[in-house]
Ligand binder design. Sequence first.
Ligand SMILES: [Zn+2]
Length: 241
Amino acid sequence: MPSHSETHGYQINPRDARELRRATLIVGMNPNLEPWLEAWAKANQRTDTLLWLYPEPRDHDARAPGSDPHAWTNPAEAKKMVRVLADRLAGISPEIDTENSYKQYVKEIDQVDLRLREWFAELPRERRAFVSQHANLGHFAARYGLRVPGTILTSSSAESADPSARHFSGLLALIRREQIKVIVTDAGQNDAFARRLTEDAGLPPPLALSFEYLEPAGRPGDTWLSMMLHNGRRLHEALRR
Ligand SMILES: [Zn+2]
């Protein structure tokens, strides 16, 4: 996934296809999140080389419990995924000490998890709720005792038609009722609806986060560890204000 791209509706280009055909192992998150990858693997008889790290939820409705494919935003789930990946890599390259790398990486995940827990634990109850652009932070919120009582987009995709006027007034009422101060948008996606919401509700401009892709190497957010800390820090700072 290139930086600043949209994961859900991504289209494989000829360069991607070339890379995928050469790969010994293709790692995906979930077929609901990356339907384009599943379609490519089926069409090219490469489902054997495709490893889904979080294969369970097949239901496309993001509101159904357990169906949110954005499980990598919860370090506890990420650790399970690293286990799955380590086992697969050990089978492919038995000469490499995968187990040692696995243990080292899990330690780093635990450190990130601890930092995030410390930050969000200090927030009072009334500062733990926010509205997000699409339903991608349920796993994150559950891990850190936060709440996402509403989303701007009602499908699980980050890219869908403009929400209705009725949804707008519903969200505005929710923001007032729940005393929500923070609207999170997906960096790089259309935030016109979110901006109108913050203006009408008298809130600061939307907070653009990027839990959906990694930044180019050398920038904050260029690895999963750094992406979690970078976005977590910014969300924490916005909530505590
Ligand atoms: Zn998403």
